[in-house]
Each structure stands twice: as structure tokens, then as C-alpha cells.
Design a protein around this ligand. Sequence first.
Ligand SMILES: Cc1cc2nc3c(=O)[nH]c(=O)nc-3n(C[C@H](O)[C@H](O)[C@H](O)COP(=O)(O)OP(=O)(O)OC[C@H]3O[C@@H](n4cnc5c(N)ncnc54)[C@H](O)[C@@H]3O)c2cc1C
Length: 481
Amino acid sequence: MQRYTDKKGLQELSRDAGIHTIIPRLAILAETESDVAQAMEDSAAEGLPVTARGGGTSIPSQSVGGGAILLQRRNAIRVSRDAVVCQPGVVKAELNRALSREGRWMPVDPSSYASCMIGGMVANNSSGARTMKYGSTVDYVEALRAVFPGGKALHVAPVSIEEALSADVRTRSLVSLLLENQKTIAQERPRVSKNSSGYRLERAVHDGVFDLPRLLVGSEGTLCVFTEATLATRVVPKWRLLLIVESPFEELDRIVSVFGEHSPSAIELVDKSVFRLMGRWERVSKYSRTGAPYLLFIEFDGESGDASSKMEELAGSKVGSFDPLVLQSQAEISDAWEVRSETLTIAQDVKRGTKTLVPGVEDLVVPRERLGDLVKLLADQFESRGLEYISYGHAGDANLHARPLLDITDSRGGSTLDSLMEECFEAVWKMGGSMTGEHGDGMLRAKFVERQYPKTYWIMREIKSLFDPKGVLNPGVKIIG
Ligand SMILES: Cc1cc2nc3c(=O)[nH]c(=O)nc-3n(C[C@H](O)[C@H](O)[C@H](O)COP(=O)(O)OP(=O)(O)OC[C@H]3O[C@@H](n4cnc5c(N)ncnc54)[C@H](O)[C@@H]3O)c2cc1C
């Protein structure tokens, strides 16, 4: 185990992809699981909060903190027949390469896949372009190893409810809490295909099983530190087909519903203006045949059948009226997906004087049939304030990444962001949606979590105190007060 206190190193860890800068007191590099346990014990003894950190790509300020930043660069991968065991420092792109050698994949690819790590993906319940067909990280976690406050390392796997009810005191309290409140939890669950706000209460009890791994997924480093994850894998699809359609913002809803009838694996929105603003127009020009401001990437894939049969099905449907550009070669398809993934990386560098594209309402998600209402909400909210904005993301999941250009170092900009968050979140909750589909709550949205879950927030607080009674792990993130 190594401990660092050098100014330059700590400065680098004072930011993630969010808007908060917090200089930590020290950084700890754990080389083994025992190091993680020791680091947690030492920090507790010194009264230092602990923030686990992977690739540091999180957006609502989750991997920054004023205490100890706990890093694990442990990156072993063990592939078995239909699962893979990963240490938390495995970068997703590296996992993809290891799995593809075996003809398998784990289909959740955040656009940050080249630098985000498995520990961070599990802790954020990350999603990707193909979540509409393949689900989020929570759908792939079979078991975990984790170190809990106090320094105890445990293997965590689903067990029967009976077994859980006769286990240790914490497990018994937890299961009873979830069982007694199952109805309220089900009622308050957002009606969306993906959600990263609050704890995943609704996933913890299912099919007569207490699934602690699924409760810990998405806990944003506030309940434990993961030291290993066992993830389910799938066979790589035999074929893929990518259609690209140009669209104005207002047409999104209609296009998504027409293409959605043909079971796509992804429907992704790309905002051409991001590329124009950053002088990278050549990246999207080859897909642009009209002046429409947005591109929709619509992908189909299959483990059986072939692309030609899918093309025949689509040709005889309403899809043809949109005159899509059709990409069939793997090289062309990969190149197009690179363009989609680049959107946020490029957007993070967009500047207009002191204005930048700020997060806050960057991850709203609503029930799929309300996509049109979300599009209208965002346009109204930004345009009524005279704000320039970009919008892109996972149209197929009705999960849009919209960011206004704002100077939040200025108090007026800060209060504009506050009012945008207030009004957008209220509207999204009324639609049965969530304020975050995949990025999580972090520090940025922590104060709103109670309002998203007025009837079950107390359960989340109870869970936080069952696991972390002294509030050592990631204070200020997700669950507060
Ligand atoms: C350009 C860009 C594109 C993005 N695209 C997507 C996208 O398509 N989909 C998506 O879901 N997200 C996306 N994100 C958000 C982010 O990349 C993901 O949430 C990612 O999975 C975070 O991984 P990380 O390793 O960077 O985690 P970090 O930022 O280091 O940490 C994230 C959270 O996990 C906790 N954590 C980290 N390691 C551990 C551990 N071992 N044990 C317990 N807790 C831990 C941290 O404390 C923190 O709360 C994007 C971000 C950027 C900057």
C-alpha cells in the first residue's frame, strides 16, 4: 500500500468530470484487498472520510472528496464460460478486448469505456448505447467482493430470503426493512428503463431471493468499496446493421416510435452542433445530407439470423420514408459509434468566453412513451431563459444528455442552474421519470434525492446507517442528512 500527499498528485485528484473541485488530504494506492481493508481502518482511526475512485470520469461529482482518495489499480480479468471475474481497476475497453478473444461481450459500454473502470461502473450502475436492448450494469452483476466500513471483506452473492432472515443482524434488519416496505418501494419506483438515482431498493428482493449485490450496485461508493465483480457475459452478436437518420429535435419522438417497432439494439441521438462548435465538422459531415441539426443512430443486431433479412423487414415498413443511410460493414459501423462516443468528450471542451456546457439536468430520463414531452420540456426550459444548449444521448431509453452554456462561477449563472434543476426535476418526476438515468446523484443532485423518493428516502438513510454508521464513505454524495 502506498500513501501520497504530494501537492501535484492531490491536485490531479481534486477534479473528476464534474463541476466541484475538492483537494483531498491524501491518496492511498491499495495493491491488495487487505490494503483496502487496512486503508479503511486507518482512515476511520484518523477520522478521515474515504472516497473510492476508479477512472474519475463521473459527472455529478462523486469521485472527489476532502479525505482519503482510495485508488485500486488491480486489473486482473478471469474469463469463464459465461461470466467474467474482474478486479475493480479493469478499464472497460480492456475487458472488451479480453472477452472478444473468447467470442463474448458484456454489452454495457458507457461512452467513457476507454477510461472508466469496472469498480466505477458497478458503483454508478452505468449504462450504454445498447441498454434499451441489453440493460444496465445492474443486470450483469452476479456477485461481488467488497470491503465494508470497519474493514471487513466479504463475498456478496444472492441468497434465498429464508437464508437471509437467519443470517447476521445487519442482513436480517435489511431484508425485513425491504420486505415490510415492498409495496411502497414498488409504487415509488420511477417508470423508466434505466435509473441511477437513490439506492436500487426495487432490485434487492426478487424471485424469493435477497440480492445484496444488486442493492450495492449504484451505491456510488457510499456503502462499501468493491474489490472484485463477477459479471455475466453474452455471445457476441453475429451481425449488426446501423441506420442513420437526420432529424430536427421536435421529430425525435416520432422517429423513435417508428423504428422502435422493429426491436433495435440502440437508438442514439447525436447533436451535430457540438462538432461544428469544436471545429470537428468533418467527423459528422459524411452522415449529413440535409440541414437537420441532429443525427439518430439506429442499430439492429442478432445472435442468429442475418442483416439481409432485417433489411428486408425494414424495407417493407414505414422506416423507408425516412430515407436512412445504411451502414453494414463492421469498419463503418465502428467508426460511426466512435463519433457518437466522442460527443461528450468534445462537449466538455466547449467554451464561449467564461461559459461552459454544465451538467445538472444532463441525465434526465422519462418513460419511453414520454420522450416527446421531455424534448419539449428541455427546449422550453432553455429557450425561455435564452440559453444556448446541446442535447444528445440515449433517445431509445428516453434518456437525454442536455447541457446549457452557462458561467456558473458567476452567481447569476449559478442561480439559473439551480432553477433549471428545480423545474426540470419537478416536471420529470410528474412524468414518472428520474433525474438521472445513468450518471448517478453525486454531490450535485444529492439534495434532490429525498424529493424524488418522498416515501422511501428514509429507507435509503436507514440502509446507509446500517452499512456505514459513522458516515465514513463518500459523505455528501447521494444520501445526506
Ligand atoms: C466523456 C464521458 C462519457 C460518459 N458516458 C457515459 C455513458 O455513456 N453511460 C454512463 O453510464 N456513464 C457515462 N459517463 C459517466 C461515467 O463515465 C460512468 O459513470 C463510469 O462508469 C464511471 O466510472 P469511473 O471508473 O470513471 O468511476 P469514478 O468516476 O472513479 O467513480 C464513480 C463512482 O464510483 C465510486 N467507485 C469507484 N470505484 C469504486 C470501488 N472500487 N468501490 C466502490 N465505489 C467505487 C466512486 O466513489 C464514485 O462514486 C460518461 C462520462 C464521461 C466523462
